[in-house]
Design a protein around this ligand. Structure first.
Ligand SMILES: [Zn+2]
Length: 303
């Protein structure tokens, strides 16, 4: 009987350990995720760039400058991979400007689009406030816009992104969203115009850095800063005045985590690809990921 009892104890302890492992409740201390996307930010331009805010986020956060794109190293197919946790061969968005799949997605979620992090966060919590602001209208077609609370296309226009920063920061302050993303067209625009690493490109990076600082400041004004995890992401780099091919200048881009729950001063050691982004966002919130996803969460970035 005594032996039976101790066997039972072992069984109960094992079951408890198993349930602890399977029930990841999300990264501790995080209530909000604020994701900032810079289209065409090449990993190899960051060191020389005058970007004090981004460098502070790296020094105080977890980062890699070598998050690798899917191929082609073009825009829509990489943004889609970031949001959808798989590459183009599965989601089907295969070109720079795909707004619908170029061939059928291998499966569809409840809103008729391959499941994105928005689909997954909505499933996880119907009450979440999920928002997306973007300068390029294509982004709105890639996020599962039926799953979000609010999304808005705010073109760069003559404001040179002041408009989108104002709209985004106003939304942060008013709604304190659970997940909020803002995707800029720069520095891709300047790369195509004057070249990756050109004077125009590098001076635009200074301006973009100031916008990142403004967004962080807005979370302080909203009283959500202490519980916010920030992410800076990009879709691809560039070389000369283009991208799309297989050089590391085109394929490698930064991925930076900063704030609540993030390790400090940690250079990410594991291999990171574009489609690890959505699984990482799901991990931060403790949301269940679809079986069809192939990326994996970058667990080492978090405390
Ligand atoms: Zn792009």
């Amino acid at each position: 009987m005594k032996r039976f009892f101790s066997l039972c104890c072992v069984a109960v302890a094992a079951a408890m350990m198993l349930s602890c492992q399977s029930e990841h409740k999300g990264v501790k201390g995080v209530k909000h995720v604020v994701m900032i996307g810079l289209d065409g930010l090449a990993g190899n331009t960051v060191e020389a760039a005058n970007m004090p805010t981004l460098k502070m986020m790296m020094a105080e956060g977890a980062w890699t400058l070598q998050a690798r794109s899917i191929l082609p190293s073009s825009s829509a197919c990489n943004w889609a991979s970031m949001y959808m946790g798989v590459g183009p061969e599965m989601h089907g968005y295969n070109t720079w400007g795909s707004r619908t799949p170029d061939f059928p997605s291998i499966e569809l979620g409840e809103n008729g689009i391959f499941p994105t992090m928005m689909t997954v966060l909505r499933r996880h919590n119907p009450e979440y406030n999920l928002c997306a602001f973007y300068e390029w209208p294509v982004i709105g077609d890639l996020i599962d816009n039926k799953a979000v609370t609010f999304h808005k296309n705010v073109p760069m226009g003559e404001s040179k992104s002041v408009d989108i920063v104002n709209a985004y920061t106003a939304y942060l302050k008013e709604h304190k969203p659970d997940f909020a993303m803002c995707i800029f067209d720069s520095p891709d625009v300047e790369g195509h115009g004057q070249g990756w690493g050109s004077e125009t490109y590098m001076s635009r990076l200074e301006v973009m850095d100031a916008y990142i600082a403004q967004i962080i400041e807005a979370t302080k004004e909203a009283g959500m800063y202490d519980e916010t995890l920030f992410m800076v992401v990009s879709d691809h780099g560039g070389i000369g005045t283009g991208h799309g091919s297989t050089s590391m200048s085109e394929m490698e881009a930064p991925l930076v985590f900063y704030g609540a729950g993030v390790k400090k001063g940690h250079q990410i050691q594991s291999s990171v690809v574009r489609y690890d982004t959505a699984p990482t966002i799901a991990y931060i919130f403790g949301a269940k990921t679809p079986d069809v996803w192939r990326g994996r969460p970058i667990v080492e970035a978090f405390e």
